[in-house]
Design a protein around this ligand. Sequence first.
Ligand code: DGL
Length: 287
Amino acid sequence: MGVDLFAGLNGAALPALGRAPKILVFDSGLGGLTVLSELVLALPGASFVYAADDAAFPYGALDEERLVARVLAVMERLVAREAPDLVVIACNTAATGALPALRARFALPFVGTVPAVKPAVKASRSGLVTILATPGTVRREHTRAMIDAFAGETEVTLVGSPRLAGFAEAELRGEPVADADVAAEIAPCFVEKDARRTDAVALACTHFPLLTRRFEAVAPWPVAWIDPAPAIARRVLALVAEPDRAIEGGARPRVLFTSDRTAPAALVSALAKRGLASIVNDHFPLT
Ligand code: DGL
């Protein structure tokens, strides 16, 4: 299958619905909450369902074939259960691997998130940028193709962190990890070369913006941390028919987990702070 460099941005527009749209936001875990927050700001009247495939977390550890099969199977259940008007794949690991298969299977607009190579290159003055992602996203042909297409003269360092997404999950569960562990994971992002230093890091996993303050605190020098969530929200807004954008009446956002684990108190309160008071376990183990 050829690589569609703009797959992350190419969701088809919605027809006018005459009501608030229902938007399903999907991730392997809690990282997509960073995208959900921006979506709620952009479309406060819409209905949102947030689905976390936490039974299969982390996606970064799955090979591409397994990942695509899993995402299709979970999406089948979610679409049947929730009947969304539009789906946001708020996960770089899933989007860079499974977007073409999702678009082929479902007659629905899908918006994905793919590594923000272009914005990182644009933000850099030193000509040294880093794409910080999961090991799965780093392995993807799609990621390499974006770098080839958009880096130009800028040197791009690709860093695949196997642990950061789990750190972000732990943080939201109220179990923050030590500074030294965070510092060790981001250390390879910082490159010094010919009196130049990395000055922009694209957060190419939706979990990572949950840790931006931790990154800033332990970084060896300041850099621009690039979070694509506002751009994704702008894209979704543009796909919703103009008259439907201002319609109020969406239900309060709900969250659905595929594991049968009970959310700990700290997570329940973190979710409530984001307006997610209703939590459902629709158990669907990874086989
Ligand atoms: N949030 C996901 C992403 O944007 C990754 C986390 C995982 O490895 O499951 O890539």
